[in-house]
Design a protein around this ligand. Structure first.
Ligand code: PTJ
Length: 246
């Protein structure tokens, strides 16, 4: 990461790409993760590589959901682990959530590598290794979750999620928070809180909102959630992308 000069106009994008490459080299990120990153990067370029106001509102609503939850769980895949490991640990601490490794292309080696990587970044408990429960209506391998993790959760954060799994989790009745730079993708379309923002900006901002709301009473958190309009958030993001109006 030292090789990229910080004053480069596309510093954040280059840094992100570099982290994904390193993730692949370390056995954390799947090769498909590089394609996912390329797609994300194109959408981020069109968004102006900044957190648009409707995304900030979504991040605040997401923080409120996580704080109100009985059992919030943050799902980690190979891209998330490569891009924001320490930031996910910090968010989990701020909202008292579990971290669970949950992979689309599941292998025991990658599960272990990601769990180790998260522990190196300060996580003490990492779920997803037992995989003793299944998400209904999903192909066997992709349905594996922990019984005392995602299966039991009332609120789940699923960043960069595949559409089928987002739908299946939604059908389980969970409150779903999705981070995805493509507002037209199925995962944000089914999410209770779609966050159209780069995960490297979204996660630290959610943590900031959560810290600021730490002492808020339930009614204040509920009001933030009630004020959030998911359709409007998706529309605003799409409009921004289509207008090219930076
Ligand atoms: O590690 P695994 O095995 O669980 O696999 C993870 C990937 C991401 C490879 C897998 O879930 C996948 O193929 O996902 P998709 O269907 O490519 O969806 C990824 C979505 O994330 C796309 O809509 C991208 O636009 C979006 N995306 C990519 N990078 C970012 C992003 N959204 C926010 N921040 C990013 N940095």
């Amino acid at each position: 990461e030292e090789e990229i000069p910080e004053d480069h106009p596309r510093y954040q994008d280059l840094l992100t790409r570099h982290r994904i490459e390193q993730g692949v080299e370390k056995g954390i990120t799947h090769l498909q993760g590089m394609h996912a990153e390329g797609r994300g990067s194109a959408f981020d370029y069109l968004l102006g590589e900044e957190t648009i106001p409707s995304a900030d509102e979504a991040e605040r609503a997401a923080a409120a959901h996580l704080l109100l939850a009985e059992h919030p769980v943050l799902s980690i895949n190979g891209n998330v682990a490569a891009l924001v490991p320490g930031e996910m640990v910090a968010l989990a601490e701020a909202v008292d959530a579990d971290l669970e490794v949950n992979l689309f292309n599941r292998t025991p080696e990658r599960i272990d590598a990601i769990a180790d990587h998260l522990r190196e970044h300060g996580a003490d408990d990492v779920k997803g290794l037992e995989a003793d429960a299944r998400i209904p209506n999903l192909e066997h391998k992709r349905a594996k979750v922990d019984a005392d993790g995602i299966y039991d959760a009332d609120v789940v954060l699923v960043p960069l999620e595949d559409g089928d799994r987002a739908e299946a989790l939604d059908e389980m009745g969970k409150t779903e928070i999705v981070i995805d730079l493509n507002p037209l993708s199925r995962s944000p379309q089914v999410a209770d809180v779609p966050i159209v923002d780069n995960i490297i900006r979204a996660v630290p901002n959610m943590t900031e909102h959560a810290q600021e709301l730490a002492d808020a009473d339930e009614s204040e958190l509920e009001a933030i959630i009630a004020d959030f309009d998911r359709e409007q958030a998706l529309e605003n993001a799409e409009e921004r992308i289509r207008s090219g109006d930076l």
